[in-house]
Design a protein around this ligand. Sequence first.
Ligand code: FAD
Length: 395
Amino acid sequence: MVIVGAGMAGVQTAVALRELGWREGITLLGDEPHPPYDRPPLSKAVLLGQAGSPAVDVRFDVDFEALGVDLRIGVRAQALRTADREVVTDAGPLRYEHLVVATGAYPVALPGTAGLPGVHLLRTLDDAAALRPVLDARQRVVVVGAGWIGAEFATAARQAGCEVTVVEAADRPLAGALPALVTAPMRTWYEEAGVELRTGLPVSALEPGAVVMADGSRLAADAVVVGIGARPATGWLAGSGVQLGGDGAVLADDRLRTTAPGVLAVGDCASFPSARYGERLLIHHWDNALQGPRTAAANVLGGDERYDPVPYFWSEQFGRFVQYVGHHRDTDTLLLRGDPATASWSACWLRDGRLVAVLVVDRPRDLAQARKLIRRSAVLDPAVAADSSVPLMSA
Ligand code: FAD
């Protein structure tokens, strides 16, 4: 059993295999130089530690030795030879009977900016460590991209006392993920936190000490943090017979099997067809990297489990706890519960009268109830669902 990628999904695959009774060897490869660790704190607690204080420990609480897992860190898979059932690594070839691909995603950089001093991405522990001094020195920061990571980094940087500007090519934050009605109140979150948000203008270049916008204007920046999305880290699978989609994700089936015999894929690197939502989903969130591995491990052990989760994620931004459960399309009916100008509210999406997704801002009860309702495809009365004084369960 070989698992490539020692992030959340790879580690959880190893843990699930042992829990479900896999008795043979497990080799877990990861190309980072650190013991496996959790990513969500990297844009939150890890950035906020004070200079000189002990670093937040983000390592997974897993005893790999006790689990009988041969963990090989600092080893990169370079290619896959499915005909020989062999992973080519920079430390030599490795045979497998079963292989789980869990190589996650890599952050997208602005073209031509790789290695420029003062330009940061935020994906790894090393990225977060490189950003700590920026916050400690209260530098002037420009964040490129008002997505989840951009908002979380801006939150931390403001809290540390940095002057922060967020620039976004779209006309609003989170334009790729949420409709305008839901993102409109988020502008105020930036304002209240003292973050300048500039939307509707792309960055044309980065220069030492400045971000140049498409209209020629320049924003002074001691540091630039680029948060414009992530792509599946699947380049090493080119030509292997493991089929990839146009988005670069491994095209897994509903059992998380790939097109190559004995090869499964989990987490940020793989998409899968969802019968629940009637489309293929590529999910770049933590819960998917936790749930998928259980199904993959069960199927390695001879099971025939379908993977069709109700997706879930959270984000902590500008003092708010934002949670989302389900999956919506632009064509679904959107209802607001509560006033988005207030501290807590929700948004619900209905398809053919059935609840398919909910976003909550500091309304944990709606989230808990929505999760149950979505699982059973409950039909809601739109008028009642839009009334925030009535529990969602009663709608
Ligand atoms: P990864 O965590 O990317 O792990 C894959 C591992 O494989 C990496 O260590 C990578 O270096 C390694 N690898 C890649 N290629 C190779 C190779 N060829 N050979 C060997 N190893 C390789 N989600 C939420 O729901 N809520 C949050 O608040 C949240 N916050 C986040 C904050 C940050 C800063 C980031 C970056 C992500 C956040 N996420 C959050 C998303 C969540 O962390 C990811 O969905 C999750 O880490 C995916 O796990 P994974 O194991 O699939 O991929």
